[in-house]
Design a protein around this ligand. Structure first.
Ligand code: HDE
Length: 742
C-alpha cells in the first residue's frame, strides 16, 4: 500500500472521527492502524456520532510519519471509516455510500465453504531434505540428489469436527504435505493412522455422514460417541482395524509434533526405464510419539481448545522446529503376492518388521504462516498431484480420492483457478494453454492458445516432452466390468487383533476404556451389543472388558467372512509407549508458585528445564506474578484458574507455607494437583507444598513419580525423571475401570 508522509484528509475532521494517521500518532507506530481503538480517551463520542463529516469539532493534527492511507479496494482514499453516509445526522443511510457498501459486501463474503471433512486444521511452512537418494527406484527429481531441499507446506487437521471445533477431539488427524518440487507439486495427503475405515471410496460419504453430527439435531460436534457412528461401524466389519487405532491414544495426540504420518495407500515409484516398485510412505517424528489421556483431553478442550495450534505456533516461533523423517517401505509384486493381505486394501498395514523402513529424508517445519486464511484455509491438497516417477496403485480408495480432491477444491475455492493462489501455485515454471475462468490471475500473453499450432518455437508456446513428461505406469488391466469387492479384501479382524496385541497393557486398557466410553454414549443397546460381537473376533478379553464396562450380556461373535489369524507376530512399532521420546525436550513444565516461593529452587528448575531443551510456564494465584523468597518478582503466564495442569506435560508445585495455605482454599489449585496426579504426570513437590496435596486429598497416595523438591539439587533429578513422560502404574490406582470387579 502507498505510504504518505501526512494524511491529506485530516484537516476537516470531527473529534472522534479518526484517520489512520491519528491512530498512528496516538500509539500505533504507524503499522496497523486498523487494530487500534478507534476512540481515544480524549475523544468526544457524542460529538463524533452527531456531527456530520467536515462540520465542526476540533481538528486533530496528524503526526508526521510514514503512514499508509486507508483506501477502498479500488484505491480511493477514505476520509471517514467510522460513520456511514446519511441524509442528516439521524437520517437514512445513502445508497451512494460506495465505501460503506464495498466494506459490508466484502465482509459478507469473507467465508468460503469449510472443508467437508478435515475442516479444522493448522498449517506451517518448511522444507524437505533428501538424505538418501532413491534414484535406484524412482526418476522423480525430488528423490535424486542428497542434500537438496524442497519447499514444503504441511496442514494437520482433525476429520469430523467443523472449523471452530476443539483440537483434542478423539479423531484421526490429517497429515497433508505439499512438496513444491522442480517437476510440479507433489501432495502426500495422509493421516496419522496408517489404515482407513473403508475399502472402497463409494462408502466415504456414508462413513463421514455417520461420524458427523446427526442431521436432525446437529450434535454431537467433533465426536464419534453417538449412535449413528457406531451403527455404521457395527455394520461395517472392515472398519474394525481402524477402530482399534481410533480408540487408542493415537487419536488424542499430545501435539502435531508427536504424531506419525502415513501415506496410507500403496503407491508406485517408477524408474527411468519405467520399472515399478510399490511404496508406502511414513513420517516419523523426531520428537517421538506422545499422546494425552482421555480425561485430560476432555479438559484440555475446555481450557485451551486451540491446544495443538498454539503448540505448533509456539514451538516454531520459539525456534524448536518440529522434524519428521520420511521413510519408505519398498516392495515388489512377489512380496505383494506372498503377503497375507492385499496391498491394495487400505484397511491393512505392512508391518515394519516384514518390510523395514528405509529413511530417505527429513521434513522440517520452520515458519508459521503470515495469514491463516490465505495459506492454511486456501491450501488445496490433491492426491492426484504427483510428479513423474511417482504413480498410483489400484487401491479403490485412492482411485476415488483422485477424483474427489480436485472436485472439492473447485467448490471450496470457487473455480478452476485455485492453482493461481500463491499457496497452491507450483514453484517451478508452468506453461499450458488453459485460460480464463473465475479470478484468473496468470493470463498468457500472445496470440496462440491451442496446440498443435504452427507458430514456431518462440510464438507457438509450450510443447509436450515425451521424455521428461509424466508417463503412467503401463499396468496391464483386464477383467469384466463389475461391482465387486475382491476376495483378497475379506479378512477384517486379523490385523485389528495384531494391533491390539502389540500394545502395552496400559495402551490396551485405554482402548478398552475408549470403547466403553463411546458405546456408553450410544443410546441403542443393540448397537452396543453388535459392536461387542465384532470385538469377539479380535480378542475375547477385550470383548469381555468392554461388555463388562457396559454392563452388557456377552453376545455371540459376529459372523466373519474370514477367520481371524491369531498368530500374527506382535509389532513394537505399533505402540506409542514403546516409541516415545527419550528426553523432555520440546515439552512443557507447569510451575505453580506463590508469594514467597523458594527463589533458588525456581531458578534451579528453570535452569534444568533450559538445559533439557524444554519450556516452562509459571502459574500463580494472580496474573500479576509473585514475589519470590529473595524479593525478586516473577511474572506469571497463567492465573491458576486459567492454567490447569492439563496444559502441561509435568508440573512442579513450589509454593511457600502461606502460599500452600492460600491455595488450599482454592478449587482450581486443588484440581491442578489432583488432575496432574490422575493423569499420571510427574510431579515435583516442594516441602511447603505438601499441605496443598493434603487438602486435595492425595497426600497419602503420592508415589515414586511425585518427587520431592527439597533443595535446588533435586531440580535436575526431577527433570530427568520427566523424560519418562508418564508414570502409568498410577493409573491402576485411580481408575474404576482398572478394577475388573467393578
Ligand atoms: Fe480425504 N478428503 N478422502 N482422506 N483427506 C478431503 O479434500 C476423500 C481419505 C485427507 O488439510 C477433502 O480438500 C475421499 C484417506 C486429509 O486440506 C475431500 C476419501 C485419507 C485431508 C476428501 C478420503 C485422507 C482430506 C475435503 C475416500 C488418508 C485434508 C476437503 C476415498 C490417507 C487435507 C479437501 C487438507 C480432505 C475426500 C479418504 C486424508 C472431500 C473421497 C484414506 C489429510 O476431497
Amino acid at each position: 500500500m502507498a505510504k504518505t508522509p501526512k494524511n491529506p484528509d485530516s484537516a476537516a475532521r470531527p473529534a472522534g472521527s479518526l484517520s489512520p494517521a491519528d491512530l498512528a500518532g496516538a500509539d500505533m507506530g504507524g503499522e496497523t492502524p486498523a487494530k487500534a481503538s478507534p476512540i481515544p480517551a480524549d475523544a468526544s463520542i457524542s460529538q463524533s456520532y452527531a456531527e456530520p463529516q467536515g462540520q465542526g469539532g476540533e481538528t486533530r493534527q496528524v503526526a508526521e510519519g510514514d503512514v499508509a492511507t486507508l483506501t477502498t479496494q479500488q484505491g480511493i482514499p477514505v476520509a471517514d471509516d467510522q460513520n456511514s453516509l446519511k441524509q442528516g445526522a439521524r437520517g437514512p443511510t445513502l445508497l451512494e455510500d460506495f465505501h460503506f457498501r464495498e466494506k459490508i459486501f466484502h465482509f459478507d463474503h469473507e467465508r468460503i465453504p469449510e472443508r467437508v471433512v478435515h475442516a479444522r486444521g493448522y498449517g506451517a511452512h518448511g522444507y524437505f531434505e533428501l538424505t538418501d537418494s532413491l534414484a535406484d527406484v524412482s526418476r522423480a527429481d525430488i528423490l535424486q540428489r542428497v542434500g537438496e531441499r524442497t519447499p514444503a507446506f504441511v496442514r494437520f487437521s482433525t476429520v469430523a469436527g467443523s472449523k471452530g471445533s476443539f483440537d483434542l477431539a478423539r479423531d484421526v488427524r490429517g497429515f497433508a504435505v505439499k512438496l513444491y518440487t522442480k517437476e510440479g507439486n507433489w501432495d502426500i495427503v495422509g493421516n496419522n493412522i496408517p489404515v482407513f475405515f473403508i475399502q472402497d471410496a463409494i462408502k466415504f460419504p456414508d462413513v463421514v455422514h455417520a461420524a458427523k453430527p446427526e442431521p436432525d439435531r446437529m450434535f454431537p460436534q467433533a465426536q464419534t460417541a453417538h449412535d449413528n457412528f457406531w451403527d455404521f461401524i457395527s455394520l461395517t466389519p472392515e472398519s474394525f482395524h481402524m477402530i482399534m487405532w481410533t480408540m487408542s491414544d493415537r487419536a488424542i495426540p499430545r501435539s502435531y509434533r508427536t504424531m506419525e504420518g502415513f501415506g496410507v495407500h500403496t503407491f508406485r515409484l517408477i524408474d527411468a526405464q519405467g520399472k515399478s516398485t510399490f511404496v508406502k510412505f511414513h513420517w516419523k517424528p523426531k520428537q517421538g510419539l506422545q499422546s494425552v489421556v482421555w480425561n485430560e483431553a476432555v479438559k484440555i478442550n475446555g481450557a485451551d481448545p486451540d491446544f495443538h495450534r498454539r503448540d505448533l505456533w509456539d514451538a516454531i516461533n520459539g525456534g524448536d522446529f518440529p522434524e519428521w523423517e520420511l521413510g519408505v517401505q519398498l516392495f515388489d509384486d512377489d512380496f505383494a503376492d506372498s503377503f497375507d493381505f492385499d496391498v491394495l486394501d487400505a484397511t491393512k498395514i505392512i508391518p515394519e518388521e516384514l518390510v523395514p523402513i528405509r529413511v530417505i529424508g527429513r521434513l522440517v517445519l520452520d515458519r508459521v504462516v503470515d495469514n491463516f486464511f490465505a495459506e492454511t484455509e486456501q491450501v488445496a491438497f490433491c492426491t492426484q498431484n504427483v510428479p513423474p516417477g511417482i504413480d498410483f496403485s489400484n487401491d479403490p480408495l485412492l482411485q476415488g480420492r483422485n477424483f474427489s480432491y480436485l472436485d472439492t477444491q473447485i467448490k471450496r475455492l470457487g473455480g478452476p483457478n485455485f492453482t493461481h493462489i500463491p499457496i497452491n501455485a507450483p514453484k517451478c515454471p508452468m506453461a499450458h494453454f488453459q485460460q480464463d475462468g473465475h479470478m484468473a490471475m496468470r493470463n498468457p500473453k500472445g496470440r496462440v492458445n491451442y496446440e498443435p499450432n504452427s507458430w514456431g518455437p518462440t510464438q507457438g508456446g509450450p510443447r509436450e516432452d515425451p521424455v521428461r513428461g509424466f508417463t503412467s505406469y503401463a499396468e496391464q488391466a483386464d477383467g469384466p466390468k463389475q461391482r465387486v469387492r475382491s476376495e483378497s479384501f475379506a479378512d477384517h479382524y486379523s490385523q485389528a487383533r495384531q494391533f491390539y496385541m502389540s500394545q502395552t497393557p496400559i495402551e490396551q486398557k485405554h482402548i478398552g476404556d475408549a470403547l466403553v466410553f463411546e458405546l456408553s454414549k450410544v443410546e441403542r443397546p443393540d448397537i452396543r451389543s453388535r459392536t461387542v460381537s465384532h470385538l469377539l473376533n479380535i480378542d475375547a478379553m477385550l470383548a469381555a472388558t468392554v461388555a463388562n464396562g457396559l454392563g452388557l450380556a456377552m453376545p455371540d461373535a459376529a459372523v466373519a467372512a474370514r477367520k481371524t489369524i491369531t498368530d500374527l507376530p506382535n509389532s513394537d512399532k505399533l505402540s506409542i509407549v514403546k516409541n516415545g521420546p527419550d528426553s523432555f525436550k520440546g515439552r512443557k513444565l507447569g510451575i505453580l508458585v506463590s508469594d514467597g516461593s523458594d527463589a533458588d529452587l525456581i531458578n534451579a528448575l528453570v535452569a534444568a528445564v533450559d538445559s533439557e531443551g524444554a519450556v516452562f510456564e509459571i502459574v500463580a494465584p494472580k496474573i500479576g506474578g509473585v514475589t519470590l523468597s529473595d524479593g525478586t518478582w516473577l511474572a506469571a503466564r497463567h492465573k491458576i484458574d486459567g492454567g490447569p495442569s492439563v496444559l502441561f506435560d509435568a508440573v512442579a508445585v513450589v509454593v511457600s507455607e502461606e502460599g500452600a495455605a492460600l491455595l488450599s482454599t482454592d478449587a482450581a489449585a486443588k484440581d491442578f494437583v489432583t488432575d496432574a496426579f490422575a493423569h499420571c504426570k510427574f510431579i515435583g513437590i516442594s516441602a511447603q507444598a505438601q499441605a496443598l496435596f493434603a487438602k486435595a486429598g492425595i497426600a497419602d497416595d503420592l508415589d515414586e513419580a511425585c518427587l520431592p523438591l527439597a533443595t535446588p539439587d533435586d531440580a535436575t533429578a526431577f527433570i530427568t525423571a520427566c523424560r519418562t513422560l508418564r508414570y502409568w502404574p498410577r493409573e491402576l490406582m485411580v481408575d474404576l475401570d482398572a478394577n475388573p470387579a467393578a
